[in-house]
Design a protein around this ligand. Structure first.
Ligand SMILES: Cc1cc2nc3c(=O)[nH]c(=O)nc-3n(C[C@H](O)[C@H](O)[C@H](O)COP(=O)(O)O)c2cc1C
Length: 187
């Protein structure tokens, strides 16, 4: 099978954001997976004018990334028990490019629950976008203690959980790519 492209999408542009450390860790572990190419998709690098998914509301480089992606890994912070508007705006700018592709979801919070409520809210949206969620969610709780000021993870057990999330996502990505390429839809 050809190399699979699975970008890691970060969820916020906030100054001093800590979820970017989690996204970078996920990207770094993703880069160690055989046959996988990944890329950190940082919302700071894109501009989405207006609203919606019309041509005038897209960022062409985000369009290109989503078109080429075989799957996605989204790392979202929890803001007021949901995920940030920035992430929603970015996801909303495309539709067809997500269809029949798997997505792994990770949450990051300063509280004890590791962004589970953000993941639950996001799952409603990814489902509507035609993605298929994996069941191996990742949580990064207590973000202020979990990463030091240089962004280094302080609990090495997390690495194994990120690896398991990648294992599941890669398996789903292979299955769904095969399906997209080999099974025709009757409707
Ligand atoms: C607007 C806002 C709302 C937040 N709401 C919650 C929350 O509901 N639950 C929680 O555990 N942490 C909450 N936090 C803390 C973030 O989860 C924490 O900053 C974490 O590191 C992830 O966000 P960050 O990448 O912006 O740092 C909130 C932070 C902001 C900026």
């Amino acid at each position: 099978m050809d190399e699979l492209f699975i970008p890691v999408i970060a969820g916020t542009t906030r100054e001093r954001r800590r979820s970017i450390y989690a996204a970078k860790l996920v990207e770094q572990i993703g880069n160690n997976q055989p046959g996988i190419r990944t890329q950190l998709v940082d919302p700071k690098d894109f501009t989405f004018p207006g609203e919606g998914d019309g041509k005038e509301a897209k960022d062409p480089s985000y369009t290109e990334i989503t078109k080429n992606a075989d799957g996605f890994f989204i790392v979202t912070p929890e803001y007021n028990h949901s995920f940030p508007g920035t992430l929603k705006r970015m996801l909303d700018s495309e539709l067809e490019n997500y269809k029949h592709k798997p997505v792994a979801l990770a949450g990051v919070s300063s509280g004890d629950w590791g962004g589970v409520r953000a993941i639950q809210s996001l799952a409603l949206v990814t489902r509507r976008l035609g993605m298929v969620d994996t069941f191996a969610d990742m949580q990064f709780p207590r973000s202020k203690e979990l990463f030091n000021e240089n962004g280094k993870i302080q609990d090495s057990a997390i690495n194994d959980r990120v690896q398991k999330a990648w294992d599941e996502l890669i398996w789903m990505t292979k299955v769904m790519k095969w399906g997209r390429e080999n099974l025709t839809r009757t409707s």
